[in-house]
Write a protein that binds this ligand. Sequence first.
Ligand code: GDP
Length: 327
Amino acid sequence: MTNSNKPSTNASSGGITADDPTVYVAGHRGLVGGAIWRAFEDKGGVDLVSRASSQLDLRDRNATFEFVADTRPETVIISAGKVGGILANSTYPVDFLSDNVLIAVNLLDACHAADVERVLYLGSSCIYPKMAPQPISEDSMLTGALEPTNEAYAIAKIAGILHVQGYRRQYGRNWVSAMPTNLYGPGDNFDTTAGHVLPSMMAKFHAASRSGEPVVLWGSGSPRREFLHVDDLASALLTVLEKYDAPEPINVGTGSDVSILELAGMISDAVGGDLQVEWDRSKPDGTPRKLLDVGRLNELGWTPSIQLREGIQQTYDWYKNDVTVSS
Ligand code: GDP
């Protein structure tokens, strides 16, 4: 599948001007990094740099230190990492823990060595305890047991957040961490096995609309999730970079959630047709509910602008076109 809306391998945003600050987006070819890149491009006034993982392996400490020292960015956004859906997380715990710990520790240490002024480290809402009171406040981190299906990833992300907090306390760095809720949008991973629920469901409904076979979804359909469009995430992160400076992570979400069953209905509407749905209850449900408390973000004056139905339709239009182009 092609990802036509993503920046190229060895990326830099056009003409470098001496006065513009350099911003390094780690993970610029992923769903999140790509959206952040586009948001910075739209805003202008910065020199954007990045490297594809084939050119710079962030698990390689020496290579990472060398790149950051040579580039000397003023701001670094850490959106690189190994990500995947509920099944990939529980099947490959070694990769999820090892890759994400190495990337966070190497990059944060390299940013310190190069005296990077502003770092934004991206975690995930799955760092919060499985049974955290809803909506989940930033203060609930490390107050209870994690959801077992994504424990390895969550532990790696918590290590990164503590490392950022450590740099604030020990070296006075004004670096911050943000915790996005479930994200979706063009350029996502639409793999039906390894993908997150929204793109994976979309690919299943799309395939069923062509084959006439029933759509097989996982679990009971009763868990509730919050979904944020990546372009809304990127706009929120620019606000966070501009206005937020505290050790606690800041949640980024919409403040409202839907059941997996309701989500399936919305995706079915976007794809069209009267498709039969079956639920495979041998697959895990995961956390019963995951809704973030976004009070801290709202206080910065930010609210989302893309409604879930609208975002699903826009993402499906992109996906349909992309599948047709690449098949
Ligand atoms: P993620 O979206 O896979 O990262 O995982 P979550 O922990 O948010 O859980 C997704 C929820 O959607 C679970 O209750 C799954 O059982 C359910 N689900 C239903 N169909 C699918 C599917 O096709 N893919 C995925 N990933 N989850 C599904």
